[in-house]
Design a binder for this molecule. Structure first.
Ligand code: PGA
Length: 262
């Protein structure tokens, strides 16, 4: 069986619930004929989750942008797995670069969240990526492996199987001031991450999908997805217009499906 292309978007703090619903309804229509060839996902703001899940939840995987590591407690401003589970959300983004760098989350925080997500049967999309300083000092690989081991290292290989997805998102490549990684650089880093996952989880580690994110756009997406070890794309800005996102998906899908490394 062909492997499905992992592709989706996180809308950060950009869409209101009404905007998110309109967006995902349109995406749902656009990808209707290729849906079963994709692992398509949508990660809007907390306040949109219930509405978006009601609109398309059975057909599109809906995720939260963050989650607390406890079920209940004195954690003002946090949302727990029980609260997400109650509205049918069992997919969560953990350790996005903006959480780590703007909100100062640490590897230890991400580890607790990953463990809590696994304990509640959630699938986690764990983001890892080096800063430009780390890259310039030759520490890209070491930094990414450290983040991966610190967070995903709390999982057993059974827990990692099917319930852990990883996004490689170099910090210097993300957002309006980001410079996209070259496809060959992304390929090398994916190789490093895949090797670490195999080392951590054996055969189950080989099955963990690794997505690339950071300034993916209509002109670099095909080159990136043609590379070995890149199982999907995690896109921000270029995905927020449905027609534009659909056209990226249709450009990359045949290239992905013709890859020889599966
Ligand atoms: P970008 O965002 O595609 O807008 O660079 C990617 C991300 O933050 O995941």
């Amino acid at each position: 069986m062909k492997r499905r292309l992992y592709i989706g978007t996180n809308t950060k703090m950009f869409q209101t619930a009404a905007e998110a619903e309109a967006y995902i309804r349109r995406m749902d229509e656009l990808i209707g004929d290729i849906r079963d060839r994709l692992e398509f996902f949508f990660i809007p703001s907390y306040t949109s989750l219930e509405r978006v899940a009601r609109a398309v939840g059975g057909r599109i995987r809906i995720g939260a942008q963050n989650m607390a590591w406890e079920e209940r407690g004195q954690y003002t401003g946090e949302i727990s797995p029980l609260m997400l589970d109650e509205i049918g959300v069992r997919f969560v983004l953990i350790g996005h670069s903006e959480r780590r760098h703007v909100f100062r989350e640490t590897d230890e925080d991400e580890a607790k969240k990953i463990k809590c997500a696994a304990d509640h049967g959630f699938t986690s999309l764990l983001c890892v990526g080096e800063t430009s300083e780390q890259k310039e000092s030759g520490l890209a690989e070491a930094s990414v492996i450290k983040q991966l081991r610190a967070a995903a290292g709390v999982l057993s290989s059974e827990e990692a199987s099917g319930k852990l997805w990883v996004a490689y998102e170099p910090v210097w490549a993300i957002g309006t001031s980001g410079v996209p990684a070259s496809a060959s650089y992304a390929e090398d880093m994916h190789g490093v991450i895949k090797a670490a996952l195999r080392d951590m989880f054996g055969e189950n580690g080989s099955a963990v999908p690794v997505l690339y994110g950071g300034s993916v756009n209509p002109s670099n997406a095909v080159d990136i997805i043609s590379r070995k070890g890149i199982d999907g794309l995690f896109i921000g800005r270029s995905a927020w217009d449905p027609e534009r996102f659909d056209s990226i998906i249709r450009d990359v899908l045949p290239v992905f499906e013709n890859r020889q490394d599966y």
